[in-house]
Structures are given as structure tokens and as C-alpha cells.
Design a protein around this ligand. Structure first.
Ligand code: GLA
Length: 465
């Protein structure tokens, strides 16, 4: 049984250990309160971006833009095997620690990427890992990496890009090294190892190519998800990469019904959905910057018109936040020698049409009712939320209990510190509304944590004045 005190102590301790380990100077930034992170959080959603540690270290304007806009960060490279594993027996966390510490100090969540993928494998991998030791390598890696950040991660991409119908395997799984060594089982092994190493992280299967009418792909993804759910594998969300191309606008719009249906089918399995890597390759658009920005914003808007209307979609992450840093300039260079403009901010950190499109969608989408990070939803507690998230001096914590329970309710900050106990008493069956004074909280992201012998749940509390 999980002890509530040990849970809080453990997240506080790991947070403190992380800070001590990192060489951080002047990293706490004062974010503008009107960034996308706050627009999203007001709807119990998150917005954020992939970043690299070197950009955060060296580019002051960029670092401030990330602090202004992002409520969650993904490491673009730093948590991939080739960066974490210099040798088969060692781990190097210097760069990934930097990102996790930066996020924590600036009130952001972290989305881990990625524990098991066929790319970005270290050079020693193919000569070292084989059928006999693959399971050990996979579970050791996950135990070590997920364990290092235990209690500090919002979510992990546990497996990335595992379906590939053209590979011709029985269940349309990608014929990756992991598949060759362990068969389909590797997916289950990876999720179970991640859940064991950090029971509070949301565990994600991340995939691409679900937007268009490729039913072989979508059906294979859905039936994999079904198989995992049937086996009670701890999987909580589908990540949709969403690397879009302006050239595909028409095709996207011709397929929205089937994409909507796909999202509904995923949600019907009890899974959340996160857009994990959105960007828009603008090669089909003219050189003129404004025309391009408007065309790119149309791709954002069309995409949001589908995904934001599905309540299972809890977050939207872009693959970068500023056009100054996008891998599309190498992977999809324009022929007119202009730089790509795929992201919400331009290279001078100014907001573009795509930013305003996201702002509009976060403002106009319905608030997600509950954000429970990681924990198994307890059948005993329903509708656990802080409503509204406060622009004023207080919020009301609402929840419904299916039976009487002794609950401890407390507020925990992003450093994992319990900063206030709201209640520690017996609550009867039924609906409860507790007023929580927030006037003394700084702007930022907090959780209200509910603990009892058999309940552990968190509700997001965003203070934004
Ligand atoms: C995939 C991967 C990411 C990144 C992008 C590049 O989507 O998941 O880590 O490499 O490709 O666009």
C-alpha cells in the first residue's frame, strides 16, 4: 500500500536532489501571464514545446519565450538513447537534467521522449544488444531513466512509432530491432517497466500518420491499443506526433470525419490523447512571410478544429516554439532558400498567426473536467477538480465520493513541496466543495493532491492573475 507521506517526501526529495545537481544560475524567469501555457491551463490542458538544453543555456530571448509560452517541455534529443547512453553500462544525465530542472524552476511540466524507439540508438547498440539480452537492456534502461525522474515527470513516450503496415509483420508492427528481438511483447514489457519505475507518470504510446485515410495504419494502432488494454497494460494515452505539411491541407480537410472517428475510438478505450510534436512544413506556400504565416496558421486551425473538440485531448505540444530553431530547415529545406516558418513564434520570438490560432482554440475550447496525472483513477472519486482556476483570491475544490473515506487534501507546488494542507479528515459519500484561499500563491502551476489508503489523485490548480 502506498503511504501518502512517503509519496510526498519522495517527490520533495527527488526534486531537491535534482536542483542541487544542476549548475543553474538565474534560471527562474518571470513569464508573461498571457502566454499559451496559461490559456491552455485555464482549460485544464497544457501547451508546450520541444526544446534543447543548449538553446535554453545560451539564447536569452529564446529562454524567456519558452518561459512565457510553455507549460510543458519535451527534450528534442536529450532523453533519447544515443544521448543518455554513452556506453552499454553508463548513463549521462547532464543535458536531460538541465531541461528537467529548467522546467521545474519555471513552473512547467515535462513530457519524456522517448524510452523505446528504433531510431537514435547508440553506436554500440547493434553489436551489443541481441535476442538474449534485449529484455534486460530495455528494462534496465527504463528503470534507470524513469527512476531518475520519478515523481517529476508529467508523462513519458514509452514507445515511439511502433506500427508500420508496410513491414508485413502479423499485427502490422514495425520490424524494429526491439520487435526482432522480443516480438510484440516488447511493448508490454516497456510499459510495465515504466509504471513500476514511476507510478505517477502518464504513460504514452506515441505515433505518427493517423490524420489521413490510411485505415490499415489506424486499424493496426487501434487493435494494438485494444490488445494492451485487454491485458491491463498500464497505458494512459496515445501521443499523436502531427508533423503536418501545408501541402496536405485539402487532404486533411477531406478526411476529418475519419480522423474524428479515430480520436473517438481511442477515447472510448479510456485513453487520453496528446498532440506531441506539431509543426507545419510550409514548402508548398509562397516566399512571402505573411502569406506563409497565414497558410501555416490555417493548418494549425484546421487541425485544432478536430482535436480541440475532443475532450480526451488534454495537451498540445509543438516541435519547437520559435522558427529560429526547427529541424525542418534540414529535413525539409525550401527551394527558395527561405527558412521554414512552422511554429507559433517567428525567429525574433514575435507571435505569428499560428500563435493566434492556438490562442483562439484554447480560449474557445471547453475546459477539460479533470486532469489526473498518472494515477489510476479511483472508482471511489469522481469529478475531482479546482474550478475555476483562479484569477482571484480563491478557488473551489470540487469532488464527489462514492463512499466515506478519510482523505488528506494538500497543495503541492511544481518542486514537489507540499505547501499547504487543505483538509485531513473523514469525508462522507457525496459531493464536496472546499474553498481554497490562493491569494498568497504566486502565479504558476500547482496540484491539489488527494490521498487516502486507496485513493491517489491530483487536480491541476493554475493561479493566473
Ligand atoms: C519523430 C520523433 C522525434 C523527432 C522527429 C523529427 O517524430 O519522434 O523525436 O526526431 O521525428 O521531426
Amino acid at each position: 500500500m502506498h503511504s501518502r507521506r512517503s509519496f510526498l517526501r519522495q517527490i520533495a526529495t527527488s526534486a531537491a536532489a535534482g536542483i542541487a545537481a544542476a549548475p543553474m544560475v538565474n534560471q527562474i524567469l518571470h513569464a508573461q501571464a498571457n502566454g499559451l501555457r496559461y490559456r491552455a491551463a485555464a482549460k485544464n490542458m497544457f501547451y508546450g514545446a520541444a526544446t534543447t538544453e543548449d538553446r535554453l543555456r545560451t539564447d536569452t530571448a529564446y529562454r524567456q519565450a519558452v518561459a512565457d509560452e510553455c507549460g510543458i517541455l519535451t527534450a528534442e534529443y536529450e532523453m533519447k538513447w544515443d544521448r543518455l547512453r554513452p556506453t552499454a553500462s553508463t548513463y549521462n544525465y547532464v543535458d536531460s537534467d538541465y531541461i528537467v530542472n529548467f522546467a521545474r524552476q519555471n513552473g512547467m511540466l515535462v513530457h519524456g521522449h522517448t524510452l523505446c524507439w528504433h531510431q537514435a540508438l547508440p553506436s554500440w547498440f547493434s553489436a551489443t544488444v541481441n535476442r538474449n539480452n534485449a529484455e534486460q537492456f530495455l528494462t534496465d534502461h527504463i528503470k534507470n531513466v524513469v527512476g531518475r525522474y520519478k515523481g517529476q515527470m508529467h508523462s513519458w513516450d514509452v514507445v515511439n512509432e511502433v506500427i508500420q503496415p508496410s513491414d508485413g509483420t502479423p499485427n502490422k508492427l514495425r520490424n524494429s530491432p526491439w520487435y526482432q528481438y522480443l516480438g510484440e511483447n516488447y511493448i508490454e514489457i516497456a510499459f510495465r517497466a515504466a509504471a513500476a519505475a514511476d507510478p505517477s507518470a502518464l504513460l504514452v504510446y506515441n505515433e505518427y500518420g493517423v490524420e489521413f485515410d490510411d485505415s490499415a495504419r489506424r486499424d493496426a494502432i487501434l487493435s494494438l491499443l485494444q490488445r494492451l488494454k485487454t491485458k491491463r497494460v498500464p497505458i494512459h494515452a496515445l501521443g499523436i506526433q502531427a508533423h503536418m505539411r501545408s501541402a496536405d491541407n485539402q487532404k486533411f480537410n477531406a478526411n476529418t470525419n475519419s480522423f474524428r472517428q479515430f480520436l473517438n475510438d481511442v477515447a472510448a478505450l479510456g485513453l487520453k490523447i496528446i498532440v506531441t510534436e506539431f509543426d507545419c512544413d510550409d514548402r508548398s506556400l509562397p516566399s512571402n512571410a505573411q502569406q506563409r504565416d497565414d497558410g501555416v496558421a490555417k493548418t494549425y486551425g484546421d487541425y485544432c478544429s478536430v482535436v480541440m473538440n475532443n475532450a480526451a485531448v488534454i495537451g498540445f505540444i509543438t516541435w519547437g516554439v520559435s522558427d529560429k530553431y526547427t529541424n525542418l530547415n534540414t529535413s525539409a529545406a525550401r527551394t527558395d532558400n527561405q527558412a521554414q516558418r512552422p511554429l507559433p513564434l517567428d525567429s525574433a520570438m514575435q507571435r505569428k498567426s499560428a500563435w493566434y490560432s492556438l490562442e483562439w482554440w484554447f480560449t474557445n475550447t471547453n475546459a477539460r473536467p479533470i486532469t489526473i496525472t498518472g494515477v489510476q483513477e479511483s472508482p471511489l472519486v469522481k469529478a475531482f477538480e479546482c474550478m475555476p482556476n483562479p484569477a482571484s483570491s480563491h478557488t473551489v475544490l470540487q469532488f464527489h465520493l462514492e463512499s466515506t473515506a478519510h482523505l488528506r487534501l494538500s497543495i503541492v507546488d511544481v518542486l514537489g513541496h507540499e505547501i499547504e494542507i487543505v483538509a485531513d479528515e473523514i469525508f462522507t459519500e457525496g459531493t464536496h466543495n472546499l474553498t481554497v484561499q490562493t491569494a498568497h500563491f504566486a502565479n504558476g502551476i500547482y496540484w491539489c493532491v488527494m490521498l487516502s489508503a486507496n485513493i491517489k489523485a491530483t487536480a491541476l490548480l493554475v493561479v493566473q492573475r
